[in-house]
Write a protein that binds this ligand. Structure first.
Ligand code: NAP
Length: 297
């Protein structure tokens, strides 16, 4: 077993923008020898003050370590850098550039065609929380490659997850999580508008909202099981017939105060459609059937 303390694995970081610099700094803080390269060299040079070695080009940077972390603006930029890396025994490229699922698969295929060992990853964290427990980092590709470098990758955050062999998975999870964040934000902001429409300070409502959301989160696992099994328990979130009444009241409360009620009207339409199909006794989560993807098992 490698003695990490006395022989820390060198790591190369390709791209030292805001995120790449944060990744390099975390590695340096963890005692790893770090080589950095950036297209605009001044940004990489700045990291030498913290102990990094500055490489003049991609080939020199790649030669310095077996583990190469790639983090540039977007997939086309990552392609340019990837094409400048030559394969070598034990050399692994971990691409942490934000990409679409399709771009991630494309980059993996490109790397494979060139004989490069490759993992794709996604970062759900701002640069300022790299290394902290709040950061979520997700990886996919050949599992032995991930396990071989897992300890080093955990330097970027203890919540480091391996999702599977399909390189598109981190990008897909990343997009899905961003979608969830938007849905929660927009829901909360509409709720604040309802409270504010009564002339109340919206801050007085924040802790009540937080309590309810904390409680909802406890049901995420159960809801996923309902969706997987197609069995929608009315005990989890109540019957559709009850929600028809509540959602109608809510639409009225928002609309009568001049607050946008369109999103809730959409929710009510979904509920009404299920009730119209004679399914009103099913649980709220059964409205998933209105948008269940055909491809789902
Ligand atoms: P950034 O500060 O704007 O830096 C962009 C980096 O990409 C710079 O190093 C830039 O080099 C490089 N670059 C752009 N085009 C290039 C090209 N054609 N060839 C080579 N290098 C190129 O962005 P960032 O915040 O570091 O973000 C990097 C990645 O991390 C993005 O995919 C982003 O979505 C992801 N991410 C960032 C955050 C965050 O909080 N910042 C959070 C999650 C994910 P130059 O310096 O030469 O322009």
């Amino acid at each position: 077993m490698t003695d990490i303390a006395s022989h820390p694995q060198p790591v190369t970081v390709l791209g030292t923008g805001l995120m790449g610099a944060a990744l390099a700094e975390a590695l340096l803080k963890a005692g790893r020898p770090v080589t950095v390269w950036n297209r605009t060299s001044a940004k990489a040079e700045a990291l030498t003050a913290l102990g990094a070695v500055h490489a003049g080009d991609v080939a020199e940077a790649a030669a310095a370590s077996r583990l190469l972390i790639l983090c540039v603006r977007d997939a086309p930029a990552a392609r340019t850098v990837l094409d400048a890396i030559d394969p070598a025994p034990g050399r692994v490229v971990v691409n942490l550039t934000t990409s679409s699922p399709e771009e991630a698969r494309d980059a993996a295929a490109r790397a494979a065609a060139r004989g490069l060992d490759y993992l794709d990853g996604a970062i759900q964290a701002g640069a300022h929380i790299i290394g902290r427990p709040e950061a979520l980092l997700m990886y996919a590709g050949r599992e032995p490659l991930f396990r071989a470098h897992e300890e080093t990758l955990r330097v970027f955050g203890p919540d480091t997850r391996f999702l599977g062999a399909d390189h598109a998975l981190p990008a897909l999870f990343d997009l899905a999580l961003l979608g969830l964040v938007y849905e929660l934000w927009i829901g909360y902001l509409h709720t604040l508008a309802l409270i504010g429409a009564e002339g109340l300070p919206v801050g007085s409502f924040a802790s009540a909202a937080g309590k309810i959301v904390d409680d909802l989160v406890q049901h995420f696992g159960a809801l996923a099981t309902e969706v997987e099994t197609g069995r929608y328990d009315p005990e989890t979130f109540g019957r559709l017939v009850d929600h028809e009444v509540i959602s109608g009241r809510l639409v009225e409360a928002r609309a009568s105060r001049g607050v946008d009620a369109e999103r809730l009207r959409h929710v009510k339409r979904l509920i009404d459609r299920r009730i119209g199909q004679g399914l009103g006794e099913q649980g709220f989560s059964s409205i998933f059937e209105s948008f269940r993807p055909a491809a789902m098992p």
